[in-house]
Ligand binder design. Structure first.
Ligand code: LIP
Length: 268
């Protein structure tokens, strides 16, 4: 499935409008909705942003299904069926705490395979986007550039990771792997938005990112972007990802991939 240019432009406009709307957010912590799991919240901006995005996106591709973070209204998506996969604010905890590392994420997927993705951080005015087969790009303050993963090998790599904060049973497994990476690379980071962290690998800022379990809306849009930037996104065991269900993720460039898989796989 190829998304026509006009539809891509409308999707990007919906995403960037939604992102800019977050810049006027205030009293964020006074209206939190508690969600299942550990320290899992939705703000009124998560919920309203998702509502407006769903309306605008439905007008662009009326036949598409929806897989969304907020509420239990996600559709079942059959192989071959088009779906929007939406995270209205990836990095919600950062947003609550006033950190500028959050993004509005929309992917168009066919079955479990994203074909178009856009990830927009309004706080830095950085839009990452890609369509399958057509390269990956970043637009910052009106200037668009093609992005590509780095050629750093693991010893020179800056590696990021996620902490599955809503499912802390993975904590020992996460931090053991983060330590193994830390002892094998230049440095590690945990910044709190899987989508942006995967896009940073695509842009050559990071070289590796892993998380033990994240949801489709956290990674689907960034999946197209990193693959079109010459990088790889698989499960931690190297198997292909289905963007319709939660999964572990390992995002890397090519140069560091084999060593990163070995180091992460060496942890019990
Ligand atoms: C978050 C991710 C983060 C991950 C959290 C959560 P949210 O997304 O971006 O990397 O560690 O488990 O999934 O919940 O802020 O949209």
């Amino acid at each position: 499935m190829k998304i026509e240019t006009e539809k891509r432009e409308k999707i990007i406009a919906a995403v960037t409008d939604a992102g800019r709307g977050l810049l006027s957010a205030h009293d964020i912590e006074s209206h939190l909705k508690v969600k299942p799991g550990d320290a899992n919240f939705a703000t009124e901006w998560d919920i309203e942003t998702q509502r407006v995005l769903c309306e605008r996106l439905h007008d662009i591709i009326p036949s598409a299904r929806f897989i969304v973070e907020e509420g239990d209204t996600s559709d079942e998506v059959a192989d071959g069926e088009a779906a929007f996969i939406i995270d209205p604010i990836d990095g919600t905890t950062n947003f609550i705490h006033g950190l500028s590392h959050s993004a509005v994420c929309v992917a168009v997927a066919v079955g479990g395979v994203p074909v178009f993705g856009c990830v927009y951080n309004p706080f830095l005015d950085e839009l990452f986007y890609a369509h399958a087969g057509e390269g990956a790009y970043m637009c910052k303050k009106g200037v668009t550039s093609k992005i590509h993963v780095s050629e750093r090998t693991l010893p020179d790599a800056l590696a990021a990771f996620g902490t599955t904060p809503y499912e802390r049973q993975y904590a020992d497994a996460t931090f053991a792997r983060a330590k193994a990476l830390f002892l094998s690379c230049r440095e590690v980071r945990r910044e709190g938005s899987a989508a942006l962290d995967i896009c940073y690998v695509a842009a050559g800022r990071y070289d590796v990112y892993f998380e033990m379990k994240i949801s489709p809306w956290d990674f689907a849009a960034a999946e197209v972007i990193i693959k079109e930037a010459g990088g790889m996104l698989t499960r931690l065991d190297g198997e292909e990802i289905d963007a319709r269900r939660p999964t572990s993720v390992l995002a890397t460039n090519v140069a560091a991939r084999e060593e990163a898989v070995r180091v992460l796989g060496s942890v019990e």
